[in-house]
Design a protein around this ligand. Sequence first.
Ligand code: FAD
Length: 458
Amino acid sequence: MSARRHVIIGAGLAGALLALLLARRGHRVDVFERRPDQRLRGYEGGRSINLALARRGLSVLEGAGLGDAVLRRAVAMRGRQVHPLGAEGSFLPYGRSDAECIWSVHRGRLNHLLLDAAEAAGARVHFHHRLGLVDFDARRAEIIDDRDRRMRWIDFDALLGADGAGSALRNAMQGHADLHPETAPLDHGYKELEIPPLPGGGFRIERDALHIWPRGGYMLIALPNTEGTFTATLFLPHKGRMPNFEDIETAAQARAFFQHTFPDALALMPAFEEAWISHPTSSLATLRLRHWHVDSRAVLMGDAAHAMVPFHGQGMNCAFEDVAALDRLLALHGDRAEAFAAFEAERKPNAEAIQAMALENYVEMRDSVDDPAWRLQRALELQLAERHPGRFVPRYSMVSFTRTPYAVAFERGRWQRTLLADATRGLGALEEVDLGALDARITAELAPLPVEWLETAR
Ligand code: FAD
């Protein structure tokens, strides 16, 4: 493919990575980013300070030559540390070995690394520059410099949209393609809090775990950061009969709620009131589109195409897979409209599958992790995974530790979950399960996963 000029909207996680990959191929790349350059001002925070990076996301970063650099800035999480109310906590490993883990990465630092690499490869990132209107017929886009509100029009062959859940490009595309956007807001929101390091340094709770305080209907989680802090996130209904954000009007009420519901977590947060007041309560939603592109003129990826609720920790991972696919397909197809159509056909079913799994995972995290029936199913699941490696792979593992396409993981996961539920119904212990019968069914009905999806260990 001959060198082309690519215009990317948004220099978040997806946009910065796409800029890097396209610039490495020798293309001229211009990225327009609404925010200031955070590398100069420091990360402003705001939402989801740290993110869980899974095998599939790491694979894409490795392909871009950044795997080791990212892992040096990450904390491995090898399982869930569950904190029930008034009872002893327990650690549930994610996988069969320590190699099956996810990594906690700092959003700002990861973004900085991607931006540095993209610029080093030759991409030009224009900060403070926001996409406004788009004239698709003339292939011209209005770019507004937010420092002085000056606007100018730029010519484009195609606009590559990585401008997040509130995408301006998506809004502009609506008049030109049957996008049919559907936003399904979650009736639960979230607020971030912080667990600082111990006074002499070091982590206050187990470092290598994703911590969960499940409370049936809502929950608190915490992910570690390299410097000894944890970012804790409270997920709670916006309103209703259960504890909810609307009813907690003051920091004193929030403390009383935590004292009653998460006393051990509250003890880890000396600056609780300050964080409660200064951090916003934010909303979550699932966004579905009928189409992701306008012929050869524009395409959407990442949250702009398929924002999802964060309960599988896959939004960024999915966005990275989008970027790798788009880069590959643009190189493969001389015709850009063909590349965009192939991209949509490949990625949309997978995005829809992970959106559905993310919604299901919320119920699992907040309601099921301390339920005995659920725990028995998970124990059997790990046992079957040992007996049928590469064939019976738990759904969480397929999503987090392999590169199995999400749509395949969703389908196989459904079959496996029915098997687990049927095999444990009415039973109290693993020893009562008829493993021989299950082995026979699995061998007969479940094909092994292709080895290229299974590379897990590092
Ligand atoms: P963004 O990261 O939102 O980037 C979009 C960029 O476009 C921004 O820089 C923005 O400033 C810019 N922009 C917006 N409008 C314009 C405009 N008009 N012109 C120019 N630029 C514009 N994912 C995981 O994989 N693991 C997790 O553990 C995880 N946890 C999460 C927890 C929470 C609470 C939330 C809310 C999300 C979480 N996610 C997680 C999802 C993840 O944050 C997103 O999927 C990811 O950020 C998507 O990347 P993106 O580049 O598509 O969008």
